[in-house]
Design a protein around this ligand. Structure first.
Ligand SMILES: *Cc1c(COP(=O)(O)O)cnc(C)c1O
Length: 362
């Protein structure tokens, strides 16, 4: 009934039998932590991204914390992060012991820019967390020119690219989440860290295992944060499908545009050279909540994201920014996520547009 915001079942249906076989094989083998599936998935994702190293961890939040630790972030350091993102992007900075310094975003791309980041840099800034929001790669090559290491939070951007380079290969390090609703989602929690730097990769491998390289000498106070074998086995079946699924998402976005959606709401913009993975298809309208209620009444799932941006969350009160973040506050108020799946048809896109027109006219 109706059109859901996410659909994690339809595109998985043809893969179910293979996935069951791979899960059975893991059970037969009896190795559940850091075995051949994780090793192979790390190799395969690294090849896909075009980076030297991928290290599997327990989730996308740990991935950020561990990557920041490896980059040398420590107590007393500041880390710049956008406020218009999922809470974990900033939470992970606090877990790493540092202070998040919130920056604004560009109203069109909804991503950080060199200017918005520059405005938040302090003498203590040790790193920048740049989020590829909603699946659109952040302008990381330009951010790198600010002279600080950039961690790319690519949790929403598996399958996206920027000038021919994959999201997840753009910064000093990058992190992924394989939470089930993400573009590359496993059957539980999972995450990964990607980097070209041999030393950082080695450090991350130790940090995910209690700070030990050999499981007997403990060099650092680390984490127990591993991607497990069952999830890696599932992800190895899904990764080869990722590009096709993202093509489906891009076709759905074109379907929305072709059906005239842009005449009624602000469409998400993608700068030249960016090929978004459309994790979420988020439009803008001044009467966002009214539009959402009207869509839901008509059987179309829609919702606003990050209505309370991270810098206004209670837990972040100690890090409240001194300057205002006007684009963030405006986007938080006006954004509307519409249904987006790899299999959303042109007919479904037309139905969503028709419901949008009706909802706004009512
Ligand atoms: C989902 C997400 C995370 C956290 O990933 P988990 O696997 O849920 O811990 C971090 N950053 C962004 C931008 C996300 O969307």
């Amino acid at each position: 009934m109706g059109i859901p915001l996410f659909d994690t079942a339809t595109h998985l249906a043809p893969l179910r039998d293979v996935i069951r076989d791979r899960i059975s094989a893991v059970i037969e083998r009896g190795t559940f932590i850091l075995g051949p599936e994780v090793e192979a998935f790390e190799r395969e994702l690294a090849a896909y991204l075009g980076v030297r190293h991928v290290v599997g961890v327990a989730n996308g939040t740990d991935a950020i914390t561990i990557a920041l630790r490896a980059m040398g972030v420590r107590p007393g350091d500041d880390v710049v992060v956008p406020s218009f993102t999922f809470y974990a992007s900033a939470e992970a900075i606090v877990t790493a012991g540092a202070r998040p310094v919130f920056c604004d975003v560009d109203p069109q791309t909804r991503n950080v820019t060199p200017d918005t980041v520059q405005a938040a840099i302090t003498p203590r800034t040790r790193a920048i967390v740049a989020v590829d929001l909603f699946g659109l790669p952040a302008p990381i090559p330009e951010l790198s020119e600010l002279g600080l290491p950039v961690l790319e939070d690519a949790a929403q951007a598996a399958g996206a690219s920027l000038n021919g380079r994959r999201a997840g290969s753009l910064g000093e390090m990058a992190t992924f989440s394989f939470y089930p609703s993400k573009n590359l989602g496993c059957f539980g929690d999972g995450g990964a860290i990607a980097t070209d730097d041999d030393a950082l990769a080695e450090l991350v491998r130790a940090l995910r295992f209690h700070g030990s390289r050999d499981k007997s000498d403990f060099q650092y106070v680390g984490y127990n944060s591993r991607l497990d074998e069952l999830q890696a086995a599932v992800l190895r079946v899904l990764l080869p499908e990722l590009d096709r699924w993202c093509d489906g998402r891009r076709a759905a976005a074109r379907g929305y545009a072709a059906a005239g959606l842009g005449d009624h709401v602000t469409l998400p913009g993608a700068p030249d050279g960016a090929d978004p993975a459309w994790h979420l298809y988020v439009v803008g309208h001044p009467r966002a909540e009214e539009l959402i209620a009207g869509l839901v009444d008509r059987g179309i799932q829609a919702r606003g994201y990050y209505r309370t941006p991270v810098h206004r969350q209670n837990a972040m009160a100690p890090y409240a920014p001194s300057r205002s973040l006007p684009a963030t506050d405006e986007l938080a108020r006006t954004n509307v996520a519409l249904p987006m799946t790899p299999t959303l048809s042109a007919a479904a896109a037309r139905e969503v547009v028709a419901a949008t027109v009706a909802a706004l006219a009512a």
